[in-house]
Design a protein around this ligand. Structure first.
Ligand SMILES: [Fe+2]
Ligand SMILES: [Fe+2]
Length: 211
């Protein structure tokens, strides 16, 4: 484990830290930014699917619901992971960040409320009520605005501090807030179901039901 010796070193981006000849570890702040970029892309695709559905093109309600639930699950997992792992580690190493971390945690709760409303709407998606997809679209619009401001603020305030953390276990087994792969597989499966016209009955992973 590399032990920074000065405050400046602790905040120095460590994405090019050498761990062995020819091997580099990507710093956690950079990984956070990568996860945010992926979530932004996924939300963009989801909003595109909703627009297509509203325009009467190709995307069936059950497939749309599966895609939406997969995304909600990935976002919720990212935020609960930050609350459980990233923020406590940062609060311990950088007490001056605690007010920022409290703000970010408040954002997570607001976003969770939006995800719960989406879940409720999605439970009835595909019924004859034509207003529901519009309601989903409105919730996704609000979610996109809040998510963007949250991600931007979070990256500005904590990415450098995350870069300075050296927690080998996070490299060996990435905590939930740094994971893309499993959520990506779930969303891809849902997107494939959407593309193929599958109604999504067998799609999605277990996490989708927790959204
Ligand atoms: Fe966050
Ligand atoms: Fe985040």
């Amino acid at each position: 484990m590399e032990t920074p010796t000065t405050p400046d070193e602790r905040l120095k981006p460590s994405h090019e830290r050498l761990t062995a000849p020819g091997q580099r570890l990507e710093a956690f702040g950079n990984q956070l930014i990568d996860v945010h970029a992926w979530l932004r892309d996924e939300l963009g695709r989801l909003r595109g699917d909703v627009e297509s559905h509203l325009a009467g093109r190709s995307v069936r309600p059950r497939a749309l619901a599966a895609h939406c639930l997969a995304f909600c699950s990935a976002l919720e997992r990212h935020h609960t992971g930050e609350d459980a792992a990233a923020f406590p580690a940062l609060a311990e190493q950088f007490p001056q960040l605690r007010p920022v971390l409290q703000e970010l945690t408040r954002d997570h709760r607001i976003i969770s409320d939006i995800l719960r409303r989406l879940q409720s709407l999605l439970d009835g998606l595909g019924d004859s009520d034509a207003a529901q997809p519009r309601d989903v679209q409105a919730e996704l619009d609000g979610l996109a605005a809040l998510m963007e401001s949250h991600f931007t603020y979070e990256e500005r305030k904590i990415a450098a501090a995350l870069d300075s953390l050296d927690i080998p276990g996070w490299h060996d087994a990435p905590p939930a807030f740094l994971r893309i792969a499993s959520a990506s597989a779930s969303a891809s499966a849902s997107a494939s179901a959407s593309d193929s016209g599958d109604d999504g009955d067998g799609g999605g992973d277990d996490d989708a039901s927790h959204c």
